[in-house]
Design a protein around this ligand. Structure first.
Ligand code: UN1
Length: 523
C-alpha cells in the first residue's frame, strides 16, 4: 500500500440491496414520518408535527411530518460535516456506482413514487411519472459523471513542469427545495453534490416532504453511507436561517420565489458561500403569422396548463402576431374549455388542483387584477365547486385576451393556470415584449421561418429557449436556469451544475529540480 491508496471504511462499501418499499401511508391512521439524520429516521426534538394533505382531497392525510427546529438542523449539519471527512475520499467512480443503484431503485419504484407524488402535490399522474423520471435521469447522468468530472491539463510556460486542474468538493451542501417538482428538483441538487464528494442536508417544501423522503430512502437502501444525505422537514421561516448561517454549510442551493431568493443570497454573501438560486419566471410564447397554428395551440395549452401552471417555466404570456391572433385565440379558448380538471390519479384528467388554499387565493387574486386592469376574460376565472371539487383546490383553466404590457398579469409571475394573450405586429415587437419582464427563464417561438427563429434565439434574453415547442420541457443534460431576476448566474443540471458543487484547484508540478519563477525566469 502506498500513500495514494485509499482504504474504504466498511460503511462506505455497504452496497447490499435491501428490499425497498415506498413510504407507506394509511388514511385512517396516517404514518408518522421522521427526519433522516446520520442514517436514521429520527423525531424532531421540537416534539411538533404537521399533516401532509392531498390538495385534490383535503380529507386525505398522507402522513404526519416533523416540524423541526434549529437543533434538528444543527444535528443534520453535524452528521453531514462528519460524514464528509470520508465521503470526499471515496473515488468518484465508486460514488457513481452507488448512484447507479439508487437510480435503478428509483426506476423500480417509479409507479408508487409517482402515485404518492400526485397525492401530495396534485399534478396529474402522467406528469408525476415525468417528475420521477427526471430524477432517475439526473441520477443516472450524475452516476456516469463519476467517471468523468473532467479537469484539464495544459502545457506549462516553463520546462519540466506539469499543469492541471481538478474539481474539489466543498463540504456540506444544503438545499431548500420547492413543491412543484418534488423529486426532480431535489435530485438536480443532490446528485451532482454527491458525485463531487459533498454531503447533503435537504429541507423539502412543507407541502411535499413525502417525495423527498422516498428519494432519501432510495439513497439509504442502496448504501449511501450514514450522514452523507440528511433530511429535515419543517417550515422555511423556522429552518432557513439555521441552515444558511451554519458555518459548516458551504453551498446553499435554493429554488423558489425571487423575494426569498434575494434574502438567501444576502445571507450567503456575508460568509462567501456558494449560492445557487433558481427563481421566478414569466415565460412568453411568441406565435408568428407563419406558425403552424394547431401546433402553437398544442404548445400553449401544455405550457400554460400542464402542472396547473405551477412551473417556473410555465407559459403565462403569448405574444401573438396580429394577423393570426383572432384564430389562435378562438382555437385556444375552445380547447381550454374542454380540459378535464380533477384528481390527477384519474388517467383521463388533464389538470389537477392548485397546491394549497394560499396558492389558489393568489391565482384568484391575479384573475381579479387582470379583470380590473382591463384584460378580457375569455374563459375560466372561477374556482371549481360542487361534488369532489369542494374537497380540493381546483380552478378553471383561464385565458385572458387583450392583455397589454402595462398590465400586472403581463409582468408578474402568477404560478397558476392563467394565460394572457397580447398582440404583436412584428418579430421585433414580439422580442421586445418577450424581454419586457424582470425575469429571464424560458421563452419560445412558433414559426416556420428560419430567420425568425434564429433572430429570436439570439435576441430573447432568457436561459432557456425553444423553437416550435412550448416553454416547458427541459432535459437534464442541458443547463437549466435563467437570466435577470430568475437566477444569479449559476445553472442546474448538465455539467454546468458541477461548478456549483465543486471548486477548481489548479495544480502545478515542477519536476525540474530547481526553482523556476513564473513570469520571471521564462522571459
Ligand atoms: C420548473 O419549471 O419549475 O423544463 C421545473 C421543465 C421541467 C422542469 C421544470 N423539466 O418543464
Amino acid at each position: 500500500m502506498n500513500e495514494f491508496t485509499i482504504t474504504l471504511a466498511p460503511e462506505l462499501v455497504r452496497l447490499k440491496r435491501k428490499k425497498t418499499e415506498p413510504m407507506e401511508y394509511n388514511m385512517s391512521s396516517p404514518k408518522l414520518y421522521k427526519n433522516f439524520i446520520n442514517g436514521e429516521w429520527v423525531e424532531s426534538s421540537s416534539g411538533n408535527t404537521s399533516e401532509n394533505r392531498n390538495p385534490a382531497n383535503t380529507d386525505e392525510v398522507l402522513g404526519i411530518f416533523q416540524k423541526s427546529n434549529a437543533d434538528d438542523v444543527a444535528a443534520a449539519i453535524d452528521a453531514a460535516t462528519e460524514a464528509y471527512k470520508k465521503w470526499r475520499l471515496v473515488p468518484a467512480p465508486k460514488r457513481g456506482e452507488i448512484l447507479y443503484k439508487v437510480a435503478q431503485r428509483m426506476l423500480d419504484q417509479k409507479e408508487p413514487f409517482s402515485q404518492q407524488m400526485t397525492q401530495e402535490m396534485g399534478k396529474v399522474i402522467k406528469e408525476t411519472r415525468g417528475d420521477t423520471q427526471e430524477a432517475i435521469d439526473m441520477t443516472f447522468y450524475m452516476a456516469g459523471e463519476g467517471r468523468r468530472l473532467f479537469g484539464m491539463t495544459t502545457p506549462s510556460e516553463m520546462e519540466n513542469k506539469f499543469n492541471m486542474t481538478v474539481r474539489q468538493p466543498l463540504g456540506v451542501c444544503s438545499f431548500i427545495t420547492p413543491w412543484n417538482f418534488p423529486m426532480a428538483i431535489p435530485s438536480w441538487k443532490m446528485m451532482p453534490a454527491l458525485i463531487c464528494g459533498n454531503t447533503v442536508v435537504i429541507k423539502p417544501a412543507t407541502d411535499t416532504p413525502l417525495s423527498v423522503a422516498n428519494l432519501i430512502q432510495a439513497c439509504h437502501d442502496e448504501g449511501i453511507p450514514p450522514g452523507v444525505v440528511n433530511m429535515v422537514t419543517g417550515s422555511g421561516s423556522a429552518l432557513g436561517a439555521p441552515i444558511i448561517k451554519n458555518p459548516n454549510v458551504r453551498v446553499v442551493s435554493f429554488t423558489g420565489s425571487t423575494e426569498v431568493g434575494r434574502k438567501v443570497s444576502e445571507a450567503c454573501a456575508t460568509d462567501f458561500k456558494h449560492c445557487c438560486l433558481e427563481m421566478g419566471g414569466k415565460n412568453v410564447q411568441i406565435v408568428m403569422d407563419d406558425a403552424k397554428l394547431e401546433l402553437a395551440v398544442d404548445g400553449a395549452l401544455w405550457g400554460a396548463f400542464g402542472t396547473t401552471g405551477q412551473r417556473c417555466t410555465a407559459t403565462s404570456r403569448i405574444a401573438c402576431h396580429k394577423d393570426v391572433v383572432e384564430k389562435f385565440t378562438s382555437m385556444i379558448v375552445e380547447r381550454a374549455r374542454k380540459l378535464k380538471v380533477g384528481n390527477g390519479l384519474d388517467e383521463s384528467v388533464e389538470m389537477g388542483p392548485a397546491i394549497s388554499q394560499a396558492q389558489l387565493d393568489t391565482v384568484l387574486g391575479y384573475i381579479d387584477i387582470g379583470k380590473k386592469d382591463g384584460a378580457k376574460l375569455l374563459t375560466g376565472g372561477e374556482r371549481l365547486t360542487g361534488g369532489d371539487y369542494d374537497k380540493g383546490f381546483f380552478l378553471q383553466p383561464t385565458v385572458f385576451g387583450e392583455v397589454t404590457q402595462s398590465m400586472r398579469i403581463w409582468k408578474e409571475e402568477i404560478f397558476g393556470p392563467v394565460l394572457g394573450i397580447a398582440v404583436c405586429g412584428s418579430l421585433d415587437e414580439a422580442i421586445a415584449m418577450a424581454n419586457d419582464t424582470p425575469y429571464g427563464l424560458s421563452a419560445s417561438i412558433f414559426t416556420q421561418d428560419v430567420n425568425n427563429a434564429y433572430t429570436a434565439m439570439r435576441d430573447v434574453y432568457t436561459g432557456i429557449f425553444y423553437v416550435n415547442a412550448p416553454t416547458i420541457g427541459a432535459e437534464t443534460h442541458l443547463p437549466f436556469g435563467g437570466t435577470k431576476e430568475t437566477g444569479n448566474g449559476h445553472r442546474e443540471a448538465a455539467t454546468a451544475c458541477l461548478d456549483v458543487f465543486s471548486e477548481w484547484k489548479s495544480i502545478y508540478v515542477d519536476f525540474s529540480g530547481s526553482l523556476q519563477r513564473a513570469q520571471i525566469d521564462n522571459q
